[in-house]
Design a protein around this ligand. Structure first.
Ligand code: FAD
Length: 475
Protein backbone atom coordinates (compact mmCIF):
# COMPACT_ATOMS: atom_id res chain seq x y z
CA UNK A 1 0.00 0.00 0.00
CA UNK A 2 1.27 3.48 -0.88
CA UNK A 3 1.38 6.09 1.85
CA UNK A 4 0.05 8.81 -0.46
CA UNK A 5 -1.47 8.84 -3.94
CA UNK A 6 -1.68 12.24 -5.62
CA UNK A 7 -4.30 12.59 -8.37
CA UNK A 8 -3.21 15.00 -11.11
CA UNK A 9 0.17 16.45 -12.00
CA UNK A 10 -0.41 20.11 -12.71
CA UNK A 11 1.38 22.71 -10.62
CA UNK A 12 -0.61 21.73 -7.50
CA UNK A 13 -0.02 17.97 -7.73
CA UNK A 14 3.64 18.53 -8.64
CA UNK A 15 4.17 20.79 -5.61
CA UNK A 16 2.48 18.30 -3.27
CA UNK A 17 4.52 15.38 -4.69
CA UNK A 18 7.68 17.46 -4.45
CA UNK A 19 7.16 18.31 -0.76
CA UNK A 20 6.11 14.76 0.12
CA UNK A 21 9.14 13.27 -1.65
CA UNK A 22 11.32 14.94 0.98
CA UNK A 23 9.75 12.60 3.55
CA UNK A 24 10.15 8.93 4.16
CA UNK A 25 6.99 7.84 2.31
CA UNK A 26 5.88 5.55 -0.51
CA UNK A 27 4.35 7.87 -3.10
CA UNK A 28 2.58 7.66 -6.42
CA UNK A 29 1.17 10.31 -8.77
CA UNK A 30 -1.69 9.28 -11.08
CA UNK A 31 -2.05 11.56 -14.08
CA UNK A 32 -4.83 11.29 -16.64
CA UNK A 33 -2.74 12.54 -19.58
CA UNK A 34 0.55 11.35 -21.11
CA UNK A 35 2.79 13.96 -19.43
CA UNK A 36 2.94 16.46 -16.57
CA UNK A 37 1.44 19.95 -16.90
CA UNK A 38 -1.20 19.01 -19.48
CA UNK A 39 -4.10 20.92 -17.88
CA UNK A 40 -4.51 24.56 -16.84
CA UNK A 41 -0.88 24.77 -15.76
CA UNK A 42 0.30 24.86 -19.36
CA UNK A 43 -2.07 27.58 -20.58
CA UNK A 44 -2.34 30.65 -18.37
CA UNK A 45 -0.85 34.14 -18.06
CA UNK A 46 2.27 32.78 -16.29
CA UNK A 47 2.31 35.60 -13.76
CA UNK A 48 3.51 35.09 -10.20
CA UNK A 49 1.12 37.62 -8.72
CA UNK A 50 2.23 39.90 -5.92
CA UNK A 51 -0.94 39.24 -3.87
CA UNK A 52 -2.96 42.51 -3.78
CA UNK A 53 -6.00 41.10 -5.65
CA UNK A 54 -7.44 38.67 -3.07
CA UNK A 55 -9.57 40.01 -0.24
CA UNK A 56 -7.63 40.19 3.04
CA UNK A 57 -8.35 37.27 5.35
CA UNK A 58 -8.92 34.74 2.56
CA UNK A 59 -6.77 31.68 1.89
CA UNK A 60 -6.06 33.17 -1.54
CA UNK A 61 -4.51 36.28 0.02
CA UNK A 62 -2.36 34.36 2.51
CA UNK A 63 -1.24 31.69 0.05
CA UNK A 64 -0.58 34.08 -2.85
CA UNK A 65 1.83 36.22 -0.84
CA UNK A 66 3.62 33.21 0.65
CA UNK A 67 3.59 31.40 -2.73
CA UNK A 68 5.15 34.39 -4.49
CA UNK A 69 8.19 34.13 -2.21
CA UNK A 70 8.41 30.33 -2.39
CA UNK A 71 8.09 30.22 -6.19
CA UNK A 72 11.02 32.58 -6.56
CA UNK A 73 13.14 30.26 -4.38
CA UNK A 74 12.03 27.14 -6.28
CA UNK A 75 12.94 28.68 -9.63
CA UNK A 76 16.36 29.55 -8.29
CA UNK A 77 16.93 26.06 -6.85
CA UNK A 78 15.78 24.22 -9.99
CA UNK A 79 17.11 26.69 -12.61
CA UNK A 80 13.62 27.43 -13.94
CA UNK A 81 13.05 30.51 -16.13
CA UNK A 82 11.71 33.27 -13.86
CA UNK A 83 11.96 37.08 -13.88
CA UNK A 84 10.79 39.44 -11.18
CA UNK A 85 9.69 42.30 -13.45
CA UNK A 86 6.94 43.86 -11.30
CA UNK A 87 3.39 44.68 -12.33
CA UNK A 88 1.33 47.80 -12.98
CA UNK A 89 -2.46 48.06 -12.65
CA UNK A 90 -3.57 51.02 -14.76
CA UNK A 91 -6.37 53.44 -13.90
CA UNK A 92 -8.10 55.25 -16.77
CA UNK A 93 -10.92 57.03 -14.94
CA UNK A 94 -12.15 57.94 -11.48
CA UNK A 95 -13.71 54.54 -10.81
CA UNK A 96 -10.42 52.84 -11.75
CA UNK A 97 -8.54 55.17 -9.44
CA UNK A 98 -10.75 54.05 -6.57
CA UNK A 99 -10.09 50.41 -7.54
CA UNK A 100 -6.35 51.05 -7.55
CA UNK A 101 -6.60 52.55 -4.05
CA UNK A 102 -8.62 49.53 -2.89
CA UNK A 103 -6.01 47.14 -4.36
CA UNK A 104 -3.26 49.10 -2.61
CA UNK A 105 -5.10 48.78 0.70
CA UNK A 106 -5.72 45.05 0.07
CA UNK A 107 -2.07 44.54 -0.74
CA UNK A 108 -0.89 46.34 2.39
CA UNK A 109 -3.26 44.24 4.51
CA UNK A 110 -2.06 41.06 2.77
CA UNK A 111 1.60 41.93 3.43
CA UNK A 112 2.65 42.57 -0.19
CA UNK A 113 6.06 44.29 -0.13
CA UNK A 114 6.96 47.55 -1.90
CA UNK A 115 3.52 48.61 -3.22
CA UNK A 116 3.24 52.17 -4.53
CA UNK A 117 0.63 54.23 -6.33
CA UNK A 118 2.36 56.03 -9.20
CA UNK A 119 1.38 59.28 -10.91
CA UNK A 120 0.69 59.44 -14.66
CA UNK A 121 4.16 60.92 -15.26
CA UNK A 122 5.89 58.20 -13.24
CA UNK A 123 4.03 55.41 -15.06
CA UNK A 124 4.69 56.81 -18.51
CA UNK A 125 8.36 57.27 -17.66
CA UNK A 126 8.56 53.57 -16.71
CA UNK A 127 6.49 52.43 -19.70
CA UNK A 128 6.52 54.95 -22.59
CA UNK A 129 4.37 52.71 -24.82
CA UNK A 130 1.34 52.87 -22.52
CA UNK A 131 -1.74 54.85 -23.50
CA UNK A 132 -1.40 58.54 -22.62
CA UNK A 133 -4.93 58.23 -21.19
CA UNK A 134 -3.54 56.50 -18.08
CA UNK A 135 -4.16 58.49 -14.86
CA UNK A 136 -2.45 56.51 -12.09
CA UNK A 137 -1.19 52.96 -11.53
CA UNK A 138 -0.52 50.51 -8.74
CA UNK A 139 3.08 49.30 -8.88
CA UNK A 140 3.93 45.92 -7.30
CA UNK A 141 7.65 45.16 -7.60
CA UNK A 142 7.34 41.59 -6.29
CA UNK A 143 5.25 40.32 -9.24
CA UNK A 144 7.13 37.99 -11.55
CA UNK A 145 6.84 35.94 -14.72
CA UNK A 146 7.67 32.25 -15.06
CA UNK A 147 7.52 29.28 -17.46
CA UNK A 148 4.77 27.36 -15.60
CA UNK A 149 5.21 24.06 -17.42
CA UNK A 150 8.98 24.17 -16.83
CA UNK A 151 8.43 24.75 -13.10
CA UNK A 152 5.85 21.96 -12.95
CA UNK A 153 8.20 19.62 -14.75
CA UNK A 154 11.17 20.53 -12.51
CA UNK A 155 9.12 19.91 -9.34
CA UNK A 156 7.80 16.58 -10.62
CA UNK A 157 11.24 15.54 -11.81
CA UNK A 158 12.72 16.21 -8.36
CA UNK A 159 9.91 14.19 -6.77
CA UNK A 160 10.63 11.24 -9.10
CA UNK A 161 14.37 11.51 -8.42
CA UNK A 162 13.53 11.18 -4.75
CA UNK A 163 11.51 8.01 -5.16
CA UNK A 164 7.99 9.13 -6.17
CA UNK A 165 6.36 6.92 -8.82
CA UNK A 166 4.70 8.67 -11.76
CA UNK A 167 1.94 6.92 -13.72
CA UNK A 168 0.69 8.61 -16.90
CA UNK A 169 -2.45 7.76 -18.90
CA UNK A 170 -4.04 6.86 -15.56
CA UNK A 171 -7.30 8.74 -15.04
CA UNK A 172 -8.81 7.84 -11.68
CA UNK A 173 -12.28 6.53 -12.51
CA UNK A 174 -13.37 4.90 -9.27
CA UNK A 175 -12.52 5.40 -5.59
CA UNK A 176 -13.41 2.91 -2.85
CA UNK A 177 -12.89 3.15 0.88
CA UNK A 178 -10.84 0.13 2.01
CA UNK A 179 -9.32 -0.97 5.31
CA UNK A 180 -6.67 1.68 6.19
CA UNK A 181 -7.18 3.87 3.13
CA UNK A 182 -8.56 4.09 -0.38
CA UNK A 183 -8.47 2.04 -3.58
CA UNK A 184 -8.15 4.13 -6.77
CA UNK A 185 -9.05 2.44 -10.03
CA UNK A 186 -7.55 3.55 -13.35
CA UNK A 187 -7.37 1.86 -16.76
CA UNK A 188 -3.68 1.07 -16.04
CA UNK A 189 -4.47 -0.75 -12.79
CA UNK A 190 -5.57 0.02 -9.26
CA UNK A 191 -3.63 1.65 -6.46
CA UNK A 192 -4.18 1.40 -2.69
CA UNK A 193 -3.08 4.34 -0.58
CA UNK A 194 -3.46 5.43 3.03
CA UNK A 195 -3.94 9.05 1.99
CA UNK A 196 -5.26 10.51 -1.27
CA UNK A 197 -4.65 14.07 -2.47
CA UNK A 198 -7.03 15.20 -5.17
CA UNK A 199 -5.24 17.82 -7.31
CA UNK A 200 -7.29 17.21 -10.45
CA UNK A 201 -7.72 20.87 -11.41
CA UNK A 202 -10.91 21.64 -13.31
CA UNK A 203 -12.04 18.06 -12.59
CA UNK A 204 -11.36 18.16 -8.83
CA UNK A 205 -15.07 18.38 -7.94
CA UNK A 206 -15.83 15.29 -10.04
CA UNK A 207 -12.92 13.34 -8.54
CA UNK A 208 -14.02 14.15 -4.98
CA UNK A 209 -17.53 13.23 -6.11
CA UNK A 210 -16.31 9.65 -6.60
CA UNK A 211 -15.99 9.27 -2.82
CA UNK A 212 -18.05 12.04 -1.14
CA UNK A 213 -20.36 14.93 -1.96
CA UNK A 214 -18.04 17.77 -3.03
CA UNK A 215 -18.45 21.10 -1.23
CA UNK A 216 -18.18 23.01 -4.53
CA UNK A 217 -18.90 22.70 -8.24
CA UNK A 218 -16.40 23.77 -10.90
CA UNK A 219 -17.71 26.35 -13.37
CA UNK A 220 -15.10 26.14 -16.16
CA UNK A 221 -14.22 29.46 -17.72
CA UNK A 222 -11.99 29.97 -20.74
CA UNK A 223 -9.25 32.58 -21.26
CA UNK A 224 -7.79 33.14 -24.74
CA UNK A 225 -4.41 34.61 -25.68
CA UNK A 226 -2.13 35.99 -28.37
CA UNK A 227 1.56 35.16 -28.16
CA UNK A 228 3.60 37.65 -30.17
CA UNK A 229 7.03 37.26 -31.73
CA UNK A 230 10.17 38.18 -29.81
CA UNK A 231 10.50 41.33 -31.93
CA UNK A 232 7.61 42.64 -29.75
CA UNK A 233 8.99 41.42 -26.42
CA UNK A 234 10.25 44.87 -25.41
CA UNK A 235 6.94 46.67 -26.02
CA UNK A 236 6.50 46.78 -22.24
CA UNK A 237 8.81 45.80 -19.41
CA UNK A 238 6.32 45.08 -16.61
CA UNK A 239 3.13 43.05 -16.44
CA UNK A 240 0.49 45.58 -17.52
CA UNK A 241 -2.95 44.95 -16.02
CA UNK A 242 -6.17 46.87 -16.31
CA UNK A 243 -8.41 47.18 -13.27
CA UNK A 244 -10.02 43.86 -12.32
CA UNK A 245 -13.72 43.37 -13.01
CA UNK A 246 -16.33 40.75 -12.13
CA UNK A 247 -14.73 38.33 -14.64
CA UNK A 248 -11.25 38.49 -13.13
CA UNK A 249 -8.07 40.44 -13.64
CA UNK A 250 -8.90 41.61 -17.17
CA UNK A 251 -6.69 41.67 -20.27
CA UNK A 252 -2.97 42.01 -19.62
CA UNK A 253 0.04 42.76 -21.80
CA UNK A 254 3.31 41.30 -20.56
CA UNK A 255 6.73 40.12 -21.62
CA UNK A 256 7.26 36.37 -21.21
CA UNK A 257 10.33 34.73 -19.70
CA UNK A 258 11.31 33.66 -23.20
CA UNK A 259 11.25 37.24 -24.52
CA UNK A 260 7.88 37.18 -26.34
CA UNK A 261 4.85 39.35 -25.60
CA UNK A 262 1.69 37.72 -24.22
CA UNK A 263 -1.70 39.43 -24.57
CA UNK A 264 -4.94 38.19 -22.98
CA UNK A 265 -7.09 36.67 -21.57
CA UNK A 266 -10.83 37.15 -21.98
CA UNK A 267 -13.21 35.22 -19.72
CA UNK A 268 -16.05 33.12 -21.06
CA UNK A 269 -17.91 30.12 -19.59
CA UNK A 270 -17.01 26.88 -21.37
CA UNK A 271 -17.07 23.09 -21.15
CA UNK A 272 -14.29 21.30 -19.22
CA UNK A 273 -11.36 20.72 -21.56
CA UNK A 274 -12.51 23.22 -24.20
CA UNK A 275 -9.28 24.97 -25.17
CA UNK A 276 -10.33 26.11 -28.64
CA UNK A 277 -9.78 29.78 -29.45
CA UNK A 278 -12.67 31.72 -30.99
CA UNK A 279 -12.87 34.73 -33.33
CA UNK A 280 -15.03 36.57 -30.75
CA UNK A 281 -12.64 35.85 -27.89
CA UNK A 282 -9.61 37.00 -29.89
CA UNK A 283 -11.39 40.16 -31.08
CA UNK A 284 -12.28 41.03 -27.48
CA UNK A 285 -8.68 40.57 -26.34
CA UNK A 286 -7.41 42.86 -29.12
CA UNK A 287 -9.96 45.54 -28.34
CA UNK A 288 -9.15 45.56 -24.63
CA UNK A 289 -5.35 45.31 -24.98
CA UNK A 290 -4.98 48.44 -27.12
CA UNK A 291 -6.68 50.44 -24.39
CA UNK A 292 -3.52 49.89 -22.28
CA UNK A 293 -0.89 49.62 -25.03
CA UNK A 294 -2.19 51.18 -28.27
CA UNK A 295 0.76 50.03 -30.39
CA UNK A 296 0.52 46.25 -29.75
CA UNK A 297 1.47 44.73 -33.11
CA UNK A 298 -0.97 41.83 -33.57
CA UNK A 299 0.45 41.13 -37.03
CA UNK A 300 3.45 39.70 -35.17
CA UNK A 301 1.27 37.03 -33.58
CA UNK A 302 2.91 33.58 -33.63
CA UNK A 303 0.35 31.56 -31.68
CA UNK A 304 -3.07 31.67 -30.09
CA UNK A 305 -4.07 29.43 -27.21
CA UNK A 306 -6.63 29.13 -24.44
CA UNK A 307 -6.68 27.83 -20.87
CA UNK A 308 -9.59 26.81 -18.66
CA UNK A 309 -10.05 28.34 -15.20
CA UNK A 310 -11.34 26.24 -12.33
CA UNK A 311 -13.89 28.92 -11.35
CA UNK A 312 -16.37 27.47 -8.92
CA UNK A 313 -19.28 27.95 -6.56
CA UNK A 314 -16.73 28.45 -3.74
CA UNK A 315 -15.46 31.99 -3.19
CA UNK A 316 -11.99 30.84 -2.06
CA UNK A 317 -9.62 27.95 -2.83
CA UNK A 318 -10.98 24.66 -1.45
CA UNK A 319 -8.27 23.05 0.71
CA UNK A 320 -9.96 20.51 2.91
CA UNK A 321 -9.89 17.02 4.32
CA UNK A 322 -13.14 15.92 2.72
CA UNK A 323 -13.04 12.51 4.44
CA UNK A 324 -10.38 11.22 6.84
CA UNK A 325 -7.26 10.81 4.70
CA UNK A 326 -8.92 12.21 1.54
CA UNK A 327 -7.72 15.72 0.78
CA UNK A 328 -9.30 17.94 -1.85
CA UNK A 329 -7.32 20.79 -3.41
CA UNK A 330 -10.01 22.22 -5.67
CA UNK A 331 -11.34 25.47 -7.11
CA UNK A 332 -7.71 26.48 -7.63
CA UNK A 333 -8.29 29.34 -10.02
CA UNK A 334 -5.96 32.34 -10.33
CA UNK A 335 -3.75 33.03 -8.37
CA UNK A 336 -3.34 29.24 -8.19
CA UNK A 337 -0.04 29.17 -10.02
CA UNK A 338 1.39 31.84 -7.70
CA UNK A 339 0.02 30.15 -4.58
CA UNK A 340 0.88 26.54 -5.49
CA UNK A 341 3.87 25.90 -3.18
CA UNK A 342 1.99 27.44 -0.26
CA UNK A 343 -1.13 25.37 -1.06
CA UNK A 344 1.13 22.29 -0.92
CA UNK A 345 2.36 23.35 2.53
CA UNK A 346 -1.26 23.52 3.73
CA UNK A 347 -1.94 20.12 2.17
CA UNK A 348 0.98 18.65 4.08
CA UNK A 349 -0.50 19.85 7.35
CA UNK A 350 -3.72 17.98 6.49
CA UNK A 351 -1.78 14.85 5.47
CA UNK A 352 0.07 15.07 8.81
CA UNK A 353 -3.24 14.31 10.57
CA UNK A 354 -3.03 10.75 9.20
CA UNK A 355 0.67 10.09 8.55
CA UNK A 356 3.87 10.85 10.40
CA UNK A 357 5.91 13.07 8.07
CA UNK A 358 9.60 12.61 8.71
CA UNK A 359 12.19 14.21 6.40
CA UNK A 360 14.63 11.74 4.90
CA UNK A 361 18.32 12.63 5.06
CA UNK A 362 19.13 11.36 1.55
CA UNK A 363 16.80 13.85 -0.18
CA UNK A 364 18.42 15.46 -3.27
CA UNK A 365 17.19 19.00 -3.91
CA UNK A 366 18.97 20.13 -7.06
CA UNK A 367 18.57 20.05 -10.82
CA UNK A 368 21.35 20.19 -13.36
CA UNK A 369 20.33 21.15 -16.86
CA UNK A 370 22.41 22.29 -19.84
CA UNK A 371 20.79 25.18 -21.69
CA UNK A 372 23.23 25.66 -24.54
CA UNK A 373 22.09 29.17 -25.51
CA UNK A 374 22.78 30.41 -21.97
CA UNK A 375 26.43 29.25 -21.97
CA UNK A 376 29.44 31.52 -22.55
CA UNK A 377 31.40 30.91 -25.80
CA UNK A 378 34.06 29.04 -23.80
CA UNK A 379 31.44 26.87 -22.08
CA UNK A 380 29.80 26.17 -25.45
CA UNK A 381 33.11 25.03 -26.95
CA UNK A 382 33.73 22.78 -23.95
CA UNK A 383 30.19 21.33 -24.13
CA UNK A 384 30.57 20.53 -27.86
CA UNK A 385 33.99 18.98 -27.25
CA UNK A 386 32.47 16.64 -24.63
CA UNK A 387 29.32 15.90 -26.62
CA UNK A 388 29.23 16.85 -30.33
CA UNK A 389 25.40 16.73 -30.26
CA UNK A 390 25.51 20.15 -28.53
CA UNK A 391 27.07 21.42 -31.76
CA UNK A 392 23.96 20.57 -33.81
CA UNK A 393 21.21 23.17 -33.61
CA UNK A 394 17.80 21.59 -34.18
CA UNK A 395 15.51 24.52 -33.36
CA UNK A 396 16.97 27.58 -35.05
CA UNK A 397 14.41 30.06 -33.71
CA UNK A 398 15.32 29.25 -30.09
CA UNK A 399 18.82 27.80 -30.62
CA UNK A 400 18.08 24.40 -29.10
CA UNK A 401 20.63 21.68 -29.78
CA UNK A 402 20.28 17.97 -30.36
CA UNK A 403 22.30 17.42 -27.17
CA UNK A 404 19.64 19.16 -25.06
CA UNK A 405 16.83 17.15 -26.68
CA UNK A 406 18.69 13.88 -26.15
CA UNK A 407 19.38 14.85 -22.51
CA UNK A 408 15.64 15.38 -21.98
CA UNK A 409 14.74 12.10 -23.68
CA UNK A 410 17.01 10.21 -21.31
CA UNK A 411 16.11 12.21 -18.21
CA UNK A 412 14.24 10.88 -15.17
CA UNK A 413 10.90 12.08 -16.55
CA UNK A 414 11.36 11.78 -20.32
CA UNK A 415 8.91 13.25 -22.83
CA UNK A 416 7.40 11.01 -25.52
CA UNK A 417 5.80 13.70 -27.66
CA UNK A 418 6.92 16.65 -29.75
CA UNK A 419 5.20 19.10 -27.39
CA UNK A 420 6.74 17.29 -24.41
CA UNK A 421 10.18 18.04 -25.88
CA UNK A 422 9.05 21.62 -26.56
CA UNK A 423 8.05 22.18 -22.94
CA UNK A 424 11.31 20.75 -21.61
CA UNK A 425 13.86 22.23 -24.05
CA UNK A 426 12.07 25.05 -25.90
CA UNK A 427 12.45 23.43 -29.34
CA UNK A 428 9.46 24.67 -31.37
CA UNK A 429 8.66 27.62 -29.06
CA UNK A 430 9.88 30.24 -31.51
CA UNK A 431 8.67 32.15 -34.54
CA UNK A 432 8.10 29.09 -36.77
CA UNK A 433 6.35 27.19 -33.92
CA UNK A 434 8.08 23.94 -34.83
CA UNK A 435 7.36 24.21 -38.56
CA UNK A 436 11.01 23.53 -39.35
CA UNK A 437 12.32 21.60 -36.34
CA UNK A 438 9.17 19.52 -35.67
CA UNK A 439 10.05 16.72 -38.14
CA UNK A 440 13.61 16.53 -36.81
CA UNK A 441 12.41 16.37 -33.22
CA UNK A 442 10.02 13.62 -34.31
CA UNK A 443 12.93 11.65 -35.78
CA UNK A 444 15.10 12.12 -32.67
CA UNK A 445 12.29 10.94 -30.34
CA UNK A 446 11.73 7.80 -32.42
CA UNK A 447 15.46 7.09 -32.63
CA UNK A 448 16.32 7.71 -28.97
CA UNK A 449 13.29 6.00 -27.43
CA UNK A 450 13.19 3.16 -29.97
CA UNK A 451 9.62 4.08 -30.93
CA UNK A 452 7.83 3.38 -34.17
CA UNK A 453 7.63 6.86 -35.83
CA UNK A 454 3.89 6.31 -36.24
CA UNK A 455 3.55 6.19 -32.44
CA UNK A 456 5.26 9.52 -31.81
CA UNK A 457 2.49 11.99 -31.02
CA UNK A 458 2.33 15.75 -31.26
CA UNK A 459 0.71 16.18 -27.85
CA UNK A 460 -2.14 14.39 -25.99
CA UNK A 461 -3.34 10.87 -26.79
CA UNK A 462 -4.81 10.85 -30.30
CA UNK A 463 -2.69 13.70 -31.70
CA UNK A 464 -1.26 11.42 -34.39
CA UNK A 465 1.23 12.95 -36.85
CA UNK A 466 2.04 10.11 -39.23
CA UNK A 467 -0.82 7.90 -40.29
CA UNK A 468 0.86 5.77 -42.96
CA UNK A 469 3.45 5.47 -45.69
CA UNK A 470 3.58 7.64 -48.81
CA UNK A 471 5.12 6.85 -52.21
CA UNK A 472 5.82 3.29 -51.13
CA UNK A 473 8.65 4.43 -48.81
CA UNK A 474 9.38 2.91 -45.47
CA UNK A 475 9.00 4.73 -42.18
C1 FAD B 1 -6.65 31.89 -18.52
C2 FAD B 1 -5.94 31.62 -17.21
C3 FAD B 1 -4.98 32.51 -16.72
C4 FAD B 1 -4.36 32.28 -15.50
N1 FAD B 1 -3.33 33.08 -15.12
C5 FAD B 1 -2.71 32.85 -13.94
C6 FAD B 1 -1.61 33.65 -13.55
O1 FAD B 1 -1.10 34.46 -14.31
N2 FAD B 1 -1.09 33.45 -12.32
C7 FAD B 1 -1.61 32.54 -11.45
O2 FAD B 1 -1.15 32.46 -10.33
N3 FAD B 1 -2.60 31.71 -11.83
C8 FAD B 1 -3.15 31.83 -13.05
N4 FAD B 1 -4.15 31.00 -13.47
C9 FAD B 1 -4.55 29.89 -12.59
C10 FAD B 1 -3.55 28.76 -12.65
O3 FAD B 1 -3.17 28.48 -13.97
C11 FAD B 1 -4.21 27.53 -12.02
O4 FAD B 1 -4.67 27.89 -10.73
C12 FAD B 1 -3.26 26.35 -11.87
O5 FAD B 1 -2.58 26.08 -13.06
C13 FAD B 1 -4.08 25.14 -11.42
O6 FAD B 1 -3.22 24.04 -11.30
P1 FAD B 1 -3.80 22.61 -10.98
O7 FAD B 1 -2.64 21.74 -10.75
O8 FAD B 1 -4.85 22.74 -9.92
O9 FAD B 1 -4.62 22.20 -12.28
P2 FAD B 1 -4.11 21.55 -13.65
O10 FAD B 1 -2.89 22.18 -14.14
O11 FAD B 1 -5.28 21.56 -14.56
O12 FAD B 1 -3.74 20.07 -13.24
C14 FAD B 1 -4.71 19.11 -12.93
C15 FAD B 1 -4.23 17.78 -13.48
O13 FAD B 1 -5.11 16.76 -13.06
C16 FAD B 1 -5.26 15.83 -14.11
N5 FAD B 1 -6.51 15.09 -13.89
C17 FAD B 1 -7.79 15.53 -14.02
N6 FAD B 1 -8.65 14.55 -13.72
C18 FAD B 1 -7.92 13.46 -13.39
C19 FAD B 1 -8.24 12.15 -12.99
N7 FAD B 1 -9.51 11.73 -12.87
N8 FAD B 1 -7.23 11.28 -12.75
C20 FAD B 1 -5.94 11.65 -12.88
N9 FAD B 1 -5.59 12.90 -13.25
C21 FAD B 1 -6.56 13.81 -13.49
C22 FAD B 1 -5.27 16.71 -15.34
O14 FAD B 1 -4.94 15.97 -16.52
C23 FAD B 1 -4.22 17.75 -15.00
O15 FAD B 1 -2.95 17.39 -15.45
C24 FAD B 1 -4.74 31.16 -14.71
C25 FAD B 1 -5.69 30.26 -15.22
C26 FAD B 1 -6.24 30.46 -16.47
C27 FAD B 1 -7.16 29.45 -17.05
Amino acid sequence: MYDVAVIGCGIIGANVANLLSRCDLRLVVLEKENDVSMGTTRANSAIIHAGYDPEPGTDMARLNVRGNELTRKQCEAYHVSYKQIGSLVLAFDEADEKTVEKLYANGCANGVPGLKILSREEVLKMEPNLSPEVRTALYAPSAGIVAPWELCFALAEAAVKNGCEMRFNSPVEKIEVIEGGYRLTTPTGSVDAKVVVNAAGVEADQVTGLVAAPSFTTQPNKGEYYLLDKSQGETVHHVIFQCPNKDGKGVLVSPTVHGNLIVGPNASPCERGDTATTPEGMAFVRKMAVKSVPGVSFRDNIRNFAGVRANSTASDFVIEETKPGFITLGAIKSPGLSSAPAIAEDALKLIGRTLVLKEKPEYVDSREVTVFRHLTPEQKAEAVRKNPLYGRVICRCETVTEGEIVDALHGVLPPHTIDGVKRRCNAGMGRCQGGFCGPRVHEIIARELGMDPKDVLKDKAGSVIIIGETKGGTL
